[in-house]
Design a binder for this molecule. Structure first.
Ligand SMILES: Cc1cc2nc3c(=O)[nH]c(=O)nc-3n(C[C@H](O)[C@H](O)[C@H](O)COP(=O)(O)OP(=O)(O)OC[C@H]3O[C@@H](n4cnc5c(N)ncnc54)[C@H](O)[C@@H]3O)c2cc1C
Ligand SMILES: NC(=O)c1ccc[n+]([C@@H]2O[C@H](COP(=O)([O-])OP(=O)(O)OC[C@H]3O[C@@H](n4cnc5c(N)ncnc54)[C@H](O)[C@@H]3O)[C@@H](O)[C@H]2O)c1
Length: 485
């Protein structure tokens, strides 16, 4: 028997195990593939390893003096070798060592719930194990790429994010379907590696969940790199005669297009169809709805938690790991409380409490890597208005900031902060431009900390850094709200 069983050992499940161990709980992690999951082997790490050389080269090319020293395009071989090193050549020995050093146990195999607090693990070989949890089972089985139901698609062997992050072959022509984060990042990476990339986007914009100017500037950057972006186009059918032959996309009402590979970057679905949800009264295949302490509703007792992609709160590694810390703390507090009502005072599930993942709804930071980068936290203007806030959006041309001008000649970028006019705190901030990723955490601190705008005025940015954009935004906000007369 273990205090906690973590079902799924991706980045999020591993982090839950570490946090639960730190709280003094015994832990077993059940993993059917590589310990470390998508983020380590087929998502964040390999994609960023592919993209970092693209931005390093762009940064050198953006400045007179270093521009002249750059004599050629990216060298694909070393880029792919470096990517392979970042994913430890798809071996998880290092991560297993870490987990064991934390004092957690690893049980390899496919895990399924088998009624309350029980998990049955089917290893690749040998007999099943039955594990029992004293306090909690934490489901962290993640998500997988979601493919649309299109005629011909399964037989056409499309790339998903897995192939796009792990391929060593560079297709001459790569079609990318989708206009979200994976589509944008992978279009940028593969174009730089030598493919001719065409994006097929259903809607009119890229990155629709961010402020509208983000998609515009990102599209401009991709087009400047040579990516063809076709908006307002739906793929109706996919054809590939045989392995190794070209792939044909039949486009709704606008003819056909040929490519050597096609990447479908059309969102995610939960990995819950075969984890025994029916044995505890839940629906297999559904996203797992969790409250702010990440506890799953609809089951008897306080023992089932869901963290990471599988609860759909925010499909990002850092946010899943935050949920892992919150859930582990909540499990430990509830375990100490023993379930008696009078001890529930130990729980701290109020807004911004120790056992509430409040940032999931108020302050999710995200960086879309590429040239340019896009970085945002909190609410967009449209989201804030939809939620009924009275807001003012303040915009600043980043190119007019001295630090940005020094960073790159003819710097193009933009920033926006969204202020709640009633409380005079930031609800959100967005930056787009080369090198803006590292600006983001200042905004996250302001949003999560609900720092009054008047106090931000005293957070003086160093000259001449890009952070001076804060000063410009705050000056504009003051001018706009100053009493007239
Ligand atoms: C191309 C790409 C790039 C991305 N880049 C970023 C980025 O830069 N930054 C960022 O924050 N996020 C990024 N993301 C999102 C990020 O990858 C996910 O949010 C993150 O991987 C979720 O972690 P997880 O542990 O919840 O799920 P996963 O990483 O999917 O891990 C789930 C684990 O559970 C295991 N499992 C599933 N079912 C069972 C079972 N029944 N029994 C045993 N084990 C099981 C799986 O084998 C897997 O190891 C990216 C995603 C993609 C696709
Ligand atoms: N840097 C990062 O933080 C990073 C990088 C990659 C992925 N991620 C995370 O991974 C998740 C998945 O990314 P994603 O890009 O797959 O999903 P997404 O939801 O961001 O984008 C999906 C895109 O596919 C389009 N689409 C959906 N169905 C379609 C269809 N049938 N035909 C054509 N287009 C269709 C959507 O309109 C959208 O443009 C995201 O939630 C993101 O947060 C994060």
């Amino acid at each position: 028997m273990y205090d906690v069983i973590v079902l799924g050992g991706g980045a999020v499940g591993e982090h839950a195990a570490g946090s639960a161990r730190a709280a003094g709980l015994s832990v077993a992690v059940v993993e059917s593939e590589l310990l470390g999951g998508d983020c380590s082997y087929w998502a964040c790490m390999p994609s960023k390893a592919l993209l970092r050389p693209v931005s390093a080269l762009a940064a050198a090319r953006a400045v007179a003096g270093s521009r002249e020293a750059v004599t050629g395009p990216l060298a694909p071989g070393p880029v792919l070798d470096r990517r392979d090193a970042f994913v430890s050549h798809w071996e998880d020995g290092g991560q297993v060592d870490w987990l064991l050093s934390e004092g957690a146990e690893l049980v390899r195999g496919h895990g399924r719930l088998d009624g309350p607090r029980r998990v049955v693990v089917r290893p690749a070989e040998g007999p099943e194990h039955i594990l029992t949890a004293r306090h909690a089972v934490v489901v962290a089985t993640g998500s997988r790429p979601r493919l649309p139901e299109l005629p011909g698609l399964p037989g056409a062997r499309p790339w998903t994010s897995r192939e796009a992050t792990s391929s060593r072959e560079i297709p001459e022509r790569l079609a990318v379907v989708g206009g979200g984060v994976v589509a944008v990042e992978m279009a940028c990476a593969w174009q730089a590696l030598g493919s001719s990339v065409t994006m097929f986007v259903r809607g009119e914009e890229l990155l629709r969940r961010m402020e509208p100017f983000v998609g515009e500037l990102v599209a401009e950057g991709l087009a400047a790199a040579g990516v063809e972006i076709r908006t307002g186009v739906s793929v109706a059918e996919v054809r590939r005669a045989s392995a190794g032959s070209t792939v044909t996309l039949v486009l709704d009402g606008v003819g056909e297009s040929e490519a050597d590979e096609v990447l479908f970057a059309t969102g995610r679905e939960p990995r819950t169809e075969d984890i025994g949800l029916e044995t505890v009264g839940l629906r297999p295949g559904a996203w797992l709805e969790a409250d702010d302490s990440c506890r799953v509703g609809g089951v008897d007792g306080d023992w089932l938690y869901a963290i990471g992609d599988v609860n759909r709160r925010a499909l990002l590694t850092h946010q899943g790991k935050y949920q892992a810390r919150i859930a582990s703390a909540a499990i430990a507090a509830r375990a100490l409380g023993g379930g008696a009502l009078e001890t529930r005072a130990a729980e701290d599930t109020g807004r911004w409490g120790a056992h509430a993942a409040t940032a999931d709804s108020a302050a999710v930071p995200q960086v879309v890597f590429g040239e340019p980068e896009a970085a945002s936290v909190g609410l967009t203007t449209a989201e804030a208005e939809r939620l009924g806030y009275r807001v003012r959006a303040v915009d600043q041309d980043l190119g007019a900031v001295a630090g940005a001008g020094l960073y790159a000649d003819h710097y193009r970028g933009r920033a926006r902060m969204v202020v709640d006019l009633d409380r005079e705190v930031l609800l959100g901030a967005t930056f787009v431009g080369p090198g803006v990723a590292e600006l983001l955490h200042s905004a996250t601190v302001a949003v999560a900390g609900e720092v009054p705008v008047d106090r931000l005025w005293h957070a003086v940015p160093a000259f001449p850094t890009m952070s001076e954009v804060w000063l410009r935004l705050l000056q504009k906000y003051r001018q706009a709200t100053a009493p007239r007369g």
